[in-house]
Design a protein around this ligand. Structure first.
Ligand code: PAF
Length: 280
């Protein structure tokens, strides 16, 4: 369905019947990672709403908005099979009635580091569209993948700061057998690039092992991440960071009181990939 009114009617009917509402926001091109979100939502909610919207405001001018995969018919079939009752696939003008330059949401401190530093404006677009989806659907719970680690941190902060009554659940990353994190952008990779792309997961694995074996110095863990990714000729490192898992502030030292996360981004050909791993 494309219309806000129709979605709201379905939500209101479920609420009248005493049901809870779960929302899985997506940009379509659904893979097993998305299905895991829908399944979790299905297990915890009476009405499952999946939004499918390629949000133009989270793409930079030189990014892949035009070529981003659009597979609505297959996506709807997968949502149906996974038990979603409502698929909200709006037009751009429905979400942005006064154009994409109108009201927006910014989450300072979280929107301009890491992904935000490499993709200026990206998180303003994400926060804005997610808040709009929350306002349209009014879910009790919403589900996001750990693969986009910074995104879920930022959304948690946004709902806390703006007192949005929605519980955010983060679902673990789904990986291919060789470790590559599932992503709608993996389909851009040719076979050689696809093999090279596993270097992100390998770097995180090595860093994780080093921490398990007692490494506590942030810079040494960063070095492991960097060296591993730079050893792959088809990959070009964007960033490798070790940060506080909640604030995303870079960590000099890891310790038991401070949950930490390693985050990496790299180009493989013209495809930009990200991945992360909780440490310790
Ligand atoms: O993670 C995504 O697919 C998108 O960033 C989201 C949350 C659906 C907002 O457009």
């Amino acid at each position: 369905m494309e219309s806000i009114e129709v979605v709201r009617r379905a939500v209101a009917a479920a609420r009248r019947a005493g049901g809870t509402i779960g929302l899985v926001p997506t940009m379509g091109a659904l893979h097993d990672g998305h299905l895991r979100l829908i399944e979790r939502c299905r297990a915890e909610s009476d009405l499952v709403v999946v939004s499918i919207f390629v949000n133009p405001t989270q793409f930079g001018p030189s990014e892949d908005l035009e070529r981003y995969p659009r597979t609505l018919a297959e996506d709807c079939a997968r949502c149906d099979a996974a038990g979603a009752e409502v698929i909200f696939a709006p037009q751009v003008a429905t979400i942005y009635p006064h154009g994409t330059g109108s009201t927006f949401v910014e989450v300072p401190g979280l929107s301009d580091v890491l992904e935000g530093a490499s993709r200026p404006g990206h998180f303003r677009g994400v926060a804005t569209v997610v808040l709009k989806l929350f306002a349209i659907v009014g879910p009790d719970r919403a589900y996001f993948g750990q693969k986009d680690y910074q995104q879920q941190v930022l959304i948690r902060r946004m709902v806390a700061d703006l007192h949005v009554p929605v519980a955010i659940t983060t679902v673990p990353t789904v990986r291919e057998p060789d470790g590559l994190a599932l992503s709608s952008r993996n389909r851009y990779l040719n076979p050689a690039q696809r093999r090279a792309a596993t270097v992100l997961a390998r770097a995180l694995e090595r860093a994780g092992q080093a921490v398990v074996q007692g490494e506590r110095i942030g810079n040494r863990v960063r070095q492991i991440l960097r060296e591993t990714i730079e050893s792959e000729p088809l990959a070009r490192l964007d960033y490798a960071e070790v940060a506080d898992a909640e604030t995303l502030a870079p960590l000099d030292e890891l310790g038991p009181q401070r949950p930490a996360v390693a985050l990496v981004a790299a180009w493989v050909g013209s495809t930009r990939l990200i991945d992360n791993r909780l440490l310790g």
